[in-house]
Write a protein that binds this ligand. Structure first.
Ligand SMILES: Nc1nc2c(c(=O)[nH]1)N[C@H]1C(S)=C(S)[C@@H](COP(=O)(O)OP(=O)(O)OC[C@H]3O[C@@H](n4cnc5c(=O)[nH]c(N)nc54)[C@H](O)[C@@H]3O)O[C@H]1N2
Ligand SMILES: Nc1nc2c(c(=O)[nH]1)N[C@H]1C(S)=C(S)[C@@H](COP(=O)(O)OP(=O)(O)OC[C@H]3O[C@@H](n4cnc5c(=O)[nH]c(N)nc54)[C@H](O)[C@@H]3O)O[C@H]1N2
Ligand SMILES: [Mo]
Length: 764
């Protein structure tokens, strides 16, 4: 591996060369150039990269990482019967995640043969019949788990939940449980709607944008265009990030020749603060405390008309000690004061956030504290001001809207009942955390996954793998081979589906799907490439095939509905709020806006007011019982965050580089403050073993991680996910969100004994 200097700017020429390299690697250069010209355009397809909104400006509507996602899917490398005859599941399980997906697209349906430990071909009909038989043999429908990853379209998500609920369960664990769950919970409690209140156009009217716990340079690169534009017209961007992320500092737009071809770049952040991991709630509390002490005028008219709970909140702020704020945030008084003045001085302020905020124990309280700040200054419910949780997967928000929700709202279930004249379950089902526990205890016996990679995405890998392998049937609807296909002991099926770039043709013609972005814009997407194998089915056809084999064709005729996505959209129009005239509305260029009640100062809370929340600062990012264990450690305990490199899409690893952070050729790296390392007598490039601290007696450990000295607050560490998921204890979850605390893991370090090499990647 090589450790280079950190990049001085995001974007620029290297992002173009990296894009071209991906196109070549996909072995479908011509097709993918065409694909890139169609991405996020009317009559094109939605980029599977992220959920940032589409703008009508600029020639290209893709970014370097979107191009990687597209080229990764639209490759002509395939794996089928021959590949699986050659490699047993045990062999495959010994390969790393990069190797597994790199082999190519899954090209035919496969069934696991326990006696040979190999996957073997099966017909679609036999696969569906097997699932139907197994589901119908369960003691109760609640013994089945229906997982979704946020790339699923609105159409398939709706059909999937309709099937699961008609079958009789609300067990809909989904990737959002590990992602923005805390945002949904917090916003619903505070402002009555679990989605962001701003649109992309609002960014043109903000004069201050606060970006909390987010790395848009790698994970939402199109957001950098928005921030660049805002910065150039004088809007102040304030970043709060544990690490100094280059994308939040300087960006050279590849669409602007003067920035592409020279060293020029646009400064993004006006101010940059690096709180300790989990310290953002303390930062915001400190900002409010400072402003109150300075007697800075709040928006009293807004507070009076629209909110409830101000007095208790102010009392809570006054009761919070400055020492607690400094200790937990890791920021100095003058830094907190500066941030506070910038917020109070903004005419229109937007706050955005992502995983640095949502993956802690106290994430819901933190997000509600950000809302408190906005409510105090009336920074919500008008143009250019509001709240923006930046969603991850390209349709994760749409999936929730379509009913992928283990706790469905009563009015949605009522609408389903009225439309389909049949009962639907109302008792809450399982989220990811509960589903994994239920499988581990063998209370649940079947898991069906509509995309994603639950095995690598969920925390506590050893526990999670065992849970999945305990299933009597593991069904994976996927495009590429991953860890989830390999957790099997009894029976498993791989059902390969079309990707978003591919033509989906039924007897009723070429089909469109729809997605909802982070700004509640719904629009159509249509693949134009020839499918990589003739044996693939669309996700809609697969779900309908399973439903038909399980429930028959009455009262719901699944195959009929699935033959035309317009039919599914008509059902959505009848049952989901905001989708009337759905088929017509998606013909509009750019799609249509679902609206947001809080953006219009309509508060759908119990009190019909926006609610100030009153929470003391947590004592620590860890529960008390873990703190007791930490206190007994002889060596220093660090807080570790697990994050994404520039060369991955969640559990999909595209390569071993993290260009902006200067890492080349290795993912098993551990970013550490030099002073901390020296105290432990460790040097840069030393290899270490990382062991996490939890209150049970299970050893959770990963080894062979190379130390990299980095600008990171003392006591904090950073490393990549999914490699660090074995360290996150399964029961270490967020309060009220059950999201794994992937950004605050208590760990100790030891020098690796036998200096194991980072796993070499053999790409054959
Ligand atoms: N190319 C690419 N695009 C993606 C993805 C991908 O993997 N690759 N994933 C998609 C998905 S599903 C999601 S959810 C999003 C994820 O998008 P991000 O949330 O940007 O993803 P992470 O890499 O987890 O980055 C977390 C950021 O928060 C910072 N951070 C961590 N903890 C704290 C904290 O306590 N306080 C503060 N202030 N900062 C903190 C980290 O230093 C890092 O910059 O991206 C989506 N888009
Ligand atoms: N430690 C730690 N753990 C985390 C996180 C973290 O920051 N740290 N982040 C969490 C977050 S935010 C998320 S969202 C989850 C992600 O969890 P998931 O959404 O479950 O995981 P992905 O890696 O996005 O899924 C990748 C797989 O999806 C399949 N796939 C790709 N495209 C398609 C398609 O079009 N259709 C179908 N059917 N399948 C497709 C491919 O087979 C691929 O292998 O991970 C979570 N886990
Ligand atoms: Mo996510």
């Amino acid at each position: 591996m090589a450790i280079n200097k950190k990049a001085k700017r995001a974007g620029g020429f290297p992002s173009v060369t990296s894009t071209l390299a991906r196109l070549v690697e996909s072995r479908k250069v011509k097709d993918n150039v065409k694909n890139l010209l169609r991405v996020n355009k009317d009559n094109g397809f939605d980029c599977p990269g992220c959920a940032w909104g589409d703008s009508a400006e600029g020639v290209f509507q893709f970014c370097e990482n979107g191009a990687k996602a597209i080229a990764w899917e639209a490759t002509n490398k395939t794996i089928g019967a021959e590949f699986f005859a050659k490699h047993s599941v045990s062999y495959l399980n010994r390969q790393n995640d990069y190797w597994l997906e790199y082999q190519g697209r899954l090209s035919e349906p496969l069934k696991y043969n326990k006696s040979t430990d190999h996957y073997e071909p099966i017909t679609w009909d036999d696969a569906f019949a097997l699932i139907g038989k197994k589901l119908n043999a369960l003691n109760t429908p609640d013994e089945a788990e229906f997982y979704t990853s946020g790339r699923a379209s609105n159409e398939v998500a709706f059909l999937y939940q309709l099937f699961g609920r008609t079958f009789g369960t609300n067990n809909f664990p989904d990737c959002s449980n590990m992602c923005h769950e805390a945002s949904g919970v917090a916003l619903k409690q505070s402002i009555g709607v679990g989605k962001g209140t701003v649109t992309l156009a609002d960014f043109d009217h903000a004069d201050c944008i606060f970006v909390f716990g987010q790395n848009p340079g790698s994970n939402h690169p199109r957001m950098l265009n928005t921030l660049r534009k805002a910065s150039r017209r004088g809007c102040k961007i304030i970043a709060f990030n544990n690490l100094k992320e280059v994308g939040l500092q300087r960006f050279a737009s590849p669409q602007v020749p003067s920035e592409l071809l020279t060293d020029a770049a646009t400064t993004i952040s006006h101010a940059y603060f690096s709180p300790k991991l989990g310290g953002d709630m303390a930062v915001v509390r400190g900002m409010v405390k400072y402003l109150l002490e300075q007697e800075t005028p709040c928006d009293l008219a807004f507070i009076e008309q629209h909110t409830q709970g101000i007095d208790d909140y102010i009392a809570q702020v006054k009761a919070t000690d400055w020492s607690h704020i400094f200790d937990q945030s890791g920021l100095h008084r003058d830094e907190i004061a500066k941030a506070a003045q910038l917020f109070a001085g903004g005419k229109n302020v937007i706050s955005t956030w992502a995983m640095g905020i949502t993956q802690h124990k106290h994430s819901v309280a933190t997000i509600r504290e950000i809302v408190n700040l906005h409510l105090l200054f009336g920074q919500i419910g008008r143009q250019g001001a509001g709240l923006c949780p930046v969603r991850g997967h390209s349709n994760v928000q749409g999936n929730r809207t379509m009913g992928i929700n283990e706790q469905p709202p009563a009015d949605f279930i009522d609408k389903l009942k009225a439309r389909f004249s049949q009962p639907f379950p109302t008792q809450p089902g399982h989220n990811v955390y509960q589903a994994i526990h239920a499988l581990h205890k063998k209370h649940s016996k079947v898991i069906i996954c509509l995309g994603g990679n639950i095995a690598a995405a969920v925390s506590d890998s050893t526990f999670t793998h065992k849970a999945l392998a305990s299933a009597e049937l593991n069904v994976q609807i996927s495009t590429k081979l991953n860890r989830s296909h390999l957790q099997v002991s009894e029976c498993a099926l791989i059902l390969p589906c079309l990707g978003r770039t591919e033509i989906d043709k039924t007897p009723r013609g070429e089909q469109k799907i729809t997605v909802e972005d982070t700004f509640s814009m719904v629009h159509a997407s249509q693949g134009k490439s020839k499918p990589v194998s003739k044996h693939l089915l669309s996700e809609v056809a697969i779900v309908a095939g399973i439903a038909n084999a399980t429930l028959g064709n009455a009262p719901i005729n699944w195959q009929h509905i699935a033959s035309d996505n317009q039919r599914i959209r008509s059902l959505i129009a009848d049952t989901v709020f905001g989708f009337s005239d759905f088929n017509k509305k998606i013909e509009q260029p750019g799609g249509f806006y679902l609206g947001n009640s809080a953006a219009q100062c309509k508060w759908l809370t119990d009190t019909k007011k926006a609610m100030f929340s009153v929470n003391p600062l947590p004592e620590s990012v860890y529960p008390l019982i873990v703190r007791e264990k930490i206190a007994k450690q002889k060596s220093p305990v660090f807080t570790l965050q697990s994050m994404r490199s520039h060369d991955q899409y969640n559990t999909t690893v595209y390569g071993l580089n993290d260009r902006y952070r200067g890492i080349q050729g290795n993912r098993k790296v551990l970013f550490i403050n030099e002073t901390d390392a020296k105290r432990l007598k460790l040097n840069a490039s030393d290899k270490v073993t990382i062991t996490s601290i939890w209150h049970d007696n299970i050893t959770r450990q990963v080894t062979g991680f190379t130390l990299v000295f980095y600008d990171i607050p003392r006591g904090n560490l950073a490393a990549y996910y999914p490699e660090t998921n074995p360290l996150v204890p399964i029961d270490s979850i967020g309060d009220h969100s059950s999201t794994p605390t992937s950004k605050s893991i208590a760990v100790v370090l030891t020098k690796a004994q036998n200096d194991p090499q980072a796993i070499d990647i053999n790409v054959t």
